[in-house]
Design a protein around this ligand. Sequence first.
Ligand code: SF4
Length: 318
Amino acid sequence: MMPDPLPFPQEYRYYRYSHYIKQKFGQKVYRIGIDAGFTCPVRDGHIGTEGCLYCDNTSFAANQRKDILSIHDQITQTLRSNKFTRKKDTRIFFAYFQSYTNTYAPVKDLEKLYREALDFPEIAGLIIGTRPDCLPGPVLDLLQDIAQDYFVSLELGIESVYDKTLKWVNRGHDFATAEKAINRAVAKNINVSGHYILGFPTETRLEMLDSTKIINQLPLTGIKIHNLHIVKHTPLAKIYAEKPFTLFTEEEWIPFICDYLELLRSDLVIERLVGDALRDTLVAPLFPTQKTLILEYIRRELEKRNSYQGGKNENRYI
Ligand code: SF4
């Protein structure tokens, strides 16, 4: 029997982001991806120039980095696009500052960019992708101020709780930096979701599962999980070509991610459960071919186990 109450319907088996948004806003809220022209400190020479081993920003989204339009023009264009005019289930959206490190600029410039997005009556909030070492006090103060009137969520790159991995992937920060940034942001009433990658060759699968003990202790609202992908034209693709290492297959990922979900706390919103880089950018692994199908297989696997997110977490809801 599943404990009651869980923060999600029993048949879902895990706390879907779409459900959380419906609970909060009473309707769907789509994200409008924005490229505000940022760079990041492991690319611009501040910490390094090579970037994280796995990073190719063109793989972040279908909209590859082109001539960057103003925030106003990007949002206008998206709202007028066929994809969005067809959406009849909502007219509210989040501005999703997605590419590179979206807090990596002087605070007055950030305020101008964020407010330009918030000037649209359709924009209900900001989702801001960033690194833990790019959140100085004045930026958190700005976000705290905005969060008084809008939904604000940081999508923070944790990537691993193991410093040996962070070092290997050239992140340029350690886990303690992530932990500190999360605590400081949450203390200012800003939602934080962790971006997390499973499958680094520097970690055993047991270590990956054990990372839930640390993740569960962080005051995160949500988590966005990816299986490690090797993307073309990245330093990792070169390493993999010279010395291939084991990656999750689709058959392995489904039971593994179910094990992982069982260990996570039940109130952690699950924003993603599998990577979704564009297929023609990928070297390996070449799944999922159909993301919705994988999510259904994960749900079915949990159902088969008569289990759910948090089912094996010692501090689960009871
Ligand atoms: S993953 Fe993020 S922090 Fe790393 S190089 Fe890419 S944009 Fe920079």
